[in-house]
Design a protein around this ligand. Structure first.
Ligand SMILES: *Cc1c(COP(=O)(O)O)cnc(C)c1O
Ligand SMILES: [Zn+2]
Length: 522
């Protein structure tokens, strides 16, 4: 370890030069050399701390050990959270020290610490290094919007591009944690066969199939889909990863019943978002936001699309952990965003008085934010649990749900991407949410809105095409701004090309382009 830092010191020959070097180094690390060495050493060491994790049922309050594979509470069917009973031990280390450790780990060359497990102690600190699966997930960038876009909206926005994860959505964060835990279980029990199953038509199955195909061995991945209800694009990722893709007649809910029956009776790991290990992995989004802004979340607003509500849950849980350990002093404000075509969480929180709130599933209608088109979110009990804690610390304004229209979602996605972003429709939804929040007077000028683009633009390109071609089915309620329609133009026809020599072809094509664009000679 010492050799790593001795090099710059040895090159400082003269005394004054040496002093300059040390001053620079100290300035760079913001601490004294001694603790710099300390954090440098911990950065590349796999942490020795181990937590004591239990499932905790939000339905009946019972607790269960984590050496068993549970999807939901075996007693009441409620959703679980994972709790580290040894969390308070982490408080012996100061917030400042934790910040230094995580910052130093950002330069770690250790594969196991490069992704979401950079924050090992806050994540699933029961997993050994050899079980950690890393496929390049996490550490997605936060890109501030261009001055042009900022001028258009009057708000400061930035996208966190979670589409830059390996399977092109944030679902990889949860799968990295889920599959690491599975690998640990398999090793511990010596299992030779385990089926990972999910009923999904989109990003969950893409992520699950990817991680399963990498881990291989005892793991066999199955994706169960409603026959005829998925597009070829939605099928491509799990097929490409070599998952067994099974189709059943019916809708998504029918698939869910089949997989839950399998999980009740066979050694099957269900990877739908009731799976608490996935929520845990998704907390990394919050840790990364905090670290990106040098642990200062004052005047930051986090906008998250809500479908099954796992992601918003995880993000709140993550910030609360950081706050509890003194790693951050201010909580950011959380804005969940829902489309008016799928808005049960919005409806619940639209009632101001908590005593009068009433949760009811809604019947969804088609939404361009397809990945968030859910009428009865499975993680709703988790949202309630964490929202209460969040508001307790951050005040009433620290957690809010915004409703936007399909039209606003599409217009916002198109606008974002015309200004250098790579937002999916759900990313359009969060941008629309920020504009709506401004319109409602909920934002101040000094605040920065961090918009979650939960997937890559390319996954949802069909909606962009419908916008440009003006072919939205009426039930979406989207009328495109036709002035934004963008289509490829054929410069010369293949027939014309056939009549021209090679030189003539180049000349004619170039001349046509010059005329079209009105180019002036240099
Ligand atoms: C799953 C998903 C969502 C919804 O997240 P929840 O955790 O279900 O609320 C949003 N956007 C994308 C791209 C998704 O894949
Ligand atoms: Zn229970």
């Amino acid at each position: 370890m010492l050799s790593q830092v001795s090099l710059p010191l040895l090159t400082c020959t003269s005394r004054s030069f040496k002093r300059t070097c040390e001053a620079r180094l100290q300035h760079f690390i913001g601490k004294n050399l001694h603790s710099y060495l300390g954090t440098k050493m911990t950065a590349d060491l796999f942490p020795s701390y181990r937590g004591d994790m239990e499932y905790f049922c939000l339905g009946c309050g019972k607790r269960f050990p984590t050496d068993e594979l549970y999807y939901t509470c075996p007693d009441c069917g409620g959703v679980f959270l994972l709790e580290n009973l040894a969390f308070d031990e982490l408080k012996k280390t100061s917030g400042e020290e934790w910040r230094a450790i995580f910052d130093a780990r950002a330069a770690s060359k250790k594969t196991a610490l490069r992704g979401i497990f950079r924050f090992y102690e806050l994540m699933a600190p029961v997993i050994d290094e050899e079980d950690i699966v890393y496929l390049g997930e996490g550490n997605t960038p936060i890109i501030e919007s261009s001055p042009t876009l900022r001028e258009c909206t009057g708000i400061r926005t930035a996208y966190k591009n979670d589409g830059q994860n390996p399977s092109a959505s944030f679902k990889d964060r949860g799968m990295a944690c889920g599959f690491s835990y599975l690998r640990a279980l398999i090793r511990k029990h010596g299992w030779d066969q385990i089926l990972t199953v999910c009923a999904s038509t989109g990003d969950t199955s893409a992520a699950a199939a990817l991680y399963a195909s990498y881990v291989g061995d005892a793991i066999q991945s199955v994706v169960i889909l409603p026959h005829g209800k998925v597009t070829p694009a939605q099928l491509a990722q799990p097929l490409g990863s070599g998952a067994v893709v099974l189709e059943v007649p019916g809708v998504f809910d029918d698939c869910m019943k089949v997989v839950e029956h399998l999980a009740d009776n066979y050694r099957v790991a269900l990877l739908n978002s009731k799976n608490a290990w996935r929520i845990l992995g998704q907390e990394s989004y919050a840790f990364e936001c905090a670290q990106w802004f040098d642990w200062d979340l004052k005047d930051k607003c986090i906008f998250v699309p809500i479908g099954n509500a796992g992601n918003v849950t995880a993000i709140m849980a993550g910030f609360l952990k950081l706050h509890d350990l003194g790693i951050i002093t201010d909580l950011p404000r959380i804005f969940g965003v829902q489309s008016h075509h799928a808005d049960p969480v919005y409806r619940y929180y639209a009632v101001d008085n908590p005593d009068e709130r009433h949760y009811a599933p809604v019947t969804v209608t088609p939404s361009v934010a397809q990945a968030a088109m859910i009428g009865n979110p499975v993680s709703f009990p988790r949202v309630k649990y964490f929202a209460e804690k969040f508001e307790h610390i951050g005040g009433k304004d620290s957690f809010q749900i915004i409703q936007v229209t399909e039209q606003q979602i599409m217009d916002s996605m198109i606008q974002a991407n015309r200004n250098g972003h790579i937002a999916c429709t759900q990313g359009g939804e969060t941008f629309a949410g920020a504009k709506r929040a401004l319109g409602l007077g909920l934002l101040s000028e000094k605040e920065l809105c961090i918009l979650d683009s939960t997937a890559h633009q390319l996954k949802f390109v069909d909606f962009q095409n419908m916008y440009f071609d003006n072919t939205f089915p009426p039930e979406f309620e989207v009328s495109p701004d036709t002035s934004l329609a963008n289509r490829p133009e054929l410069v010369i026809s293949p027939e014309e090309k056939a009549t021209l020599s090679a030189d003539e072809y180049t000349r004619t094509t170039a001349d046509t382009i010059v005329a079209k664009l009105g180019l002036k000679k240099k």
